[in-house]
Design a protein around this ligand. Structure first.
Ligand code: ZN
Length: 386
């Protein structure tokens, strides 16, 4: 490294990068895997000593990462104030050095931050939980201590009989999931918001804004402090490998579950979509209709949702019950779903400046809750055949 080279660091909350070489304003970088795991794709680092320079940052070996289909069409998230996250010019060459993502950016100031998606820090999480817990009619509980000694926070509110569980960030690198939670909690905890007030009359909400605080802080893509993919643990969670899932599932057993949404991000597909629970052993068309009806309501409400792109439905009887959405539909007969938001953009309604962004995550949460109120209203109607 020459004297006037840029400086790169990642020794902070959710930081993750390995510097292979720096020369002037150029760097060759690699993404380390999650601890005790093969998963890798999340990056978050700062570049300093860069004012007035044209940065060229090459992340190599990208074809060997967890989701190589995530790189074509992807643009890296960039911020100078850590509040507004835009997108940097980014190219992908699958042939160069095992797949190279090249980020070019000319920052105005002397430091600039890059991340796979706008980060959501543990400090911000604590602020979010504290503000929600201080709201009228909201109670807070800690479901368990994590392996790294963090608290697994849960917020409860509402008086209705319908049990609604919203939980996010089983996969910690999917930080868009907690931005969604911030939008949902701001709305649900608002004392005068009419949709929130009605929802809290009709339903009881149980909200886990971050199911994987250890992985989030460690800068993991997909696993907790033991290297466990939490969304493959729901059939048989253990204290040793997946205490987070065990605690959440026990809490769900205590309340029951009627409606559940598990919030995620998808690396490859450039659109918001919902995945259901096709293929569970106890599938009924009536339960399936509850899911497709919710999805249709959300599709009608916002241009930031669509139903044309998504995962193919699982064949009958083939559902993986280790995944939460399937487990909850099977275990409780719940209308259960996985919300996937893009790392790239929502292509039916693209935003050239920011792509998919924290601001849009929060707005989508409001529409998801508005759709839930419509869904509950119909659900409560007497059976016309009845
Ligand atoms: Zn995920």
């Amino acid at each position: 490294m020459s004297e006037n080279s840029i400086i790169i660091d990642s020794g902070f909350d959710s930081g993750n990068i390995q510097v292979s070489a720096i020369e002037g304003a150029s760097a060759t970088l690699r993404i380390p895997p999650d601890y005790q795991s093969e998963f890798r794709q999340w990056f978050h680092f700062r570049v300093a000593n860069c004012a007035g320079r044209e940065l060229e940052l090459k992340i190599v070996d990208c074809e060997g990462m967890s989701y190589p289909a995530g790189w074509p069409g992807y643009r890296a998230c960039v911020s100078e104030d850590r509040a507004y996250w835009g997108r940097a010019d980014t190219d992908y060459d699958s042939q160069a050095e095992g797949g190279t993502l090249t980020i070019r950016h000319a920052p105005a100031g002397d430091q600039v931050w890059f991340a796979y998606f706008a980060p959501y820090s543990h400090e911000r999480h604590l602020d979010l939980v504290s503000e929600a817990a201080a709201s009228e009619g909201v109670s807070h509980r800690i479901l368990c201590q994590t392996l790294d000694g963090r608290a697994l926070d849960c917020l409860d509110m509402g008086e209705g009989d319908t049990q609604v569980w919203l939980y996010a960030r089983q996969h910690p690198g999917e930080s868009m999931a907690e931005w969604w939670m911030e939008g949902a909690l701001e709305m649900l905890c608002h004392p005068t918001d009419p949709v929130a007030r009605k929802l809290r009359q009709l339903a009881s909400f149980h909200i886990v804004p971050n199911c994987n605080p250890d992985g989030s802080f460690r800068g993991h893509l997909r696993t907790n402090a033991a290297g466990t993919n939490l969304n493959r643990e729901w059939a048989d969670p253990t204290v040793e490998k997946s205490p987070e899932v065990l605690a959440i599932r026990n809490a769900m057993d205590a309340t029951g579950v009627d409606f559940a949404m598990d919030v995620h991000g998808d690396e490859a597909i450039p659109a918001n979509f919902l995945a259901g629970f096709e293929g569970i052993p106890s599938w009924t068309d009536e339960l399936g209709e509850q899911f497709t009806r919710y999805r249709a309501i959300l599709d009608r409400r916002t241009p930031d949702f669509q139903t044309a792109r998504g995962y193919p439905p699982t064949r009958p009887g083939k559902a993986n019950l280790a995944m939460s959405t399937n487990q909850l539909a099977e275990r409780f007969g719940a209308c259960s779903m996985t919300l996937e938001m893009p790392f790239k953009d929502h292509d039916p309604m693209p935003d050239p400046e920011q792509g998919w962004s924290p601001e849009r995550c929060k707005l989508l949460a409001r529409d998801c809750l508005g759709a839930l109120l419509e869904w509950l209203d119909r659900q409560a109607l007497p059976d016309p055949t009845g």
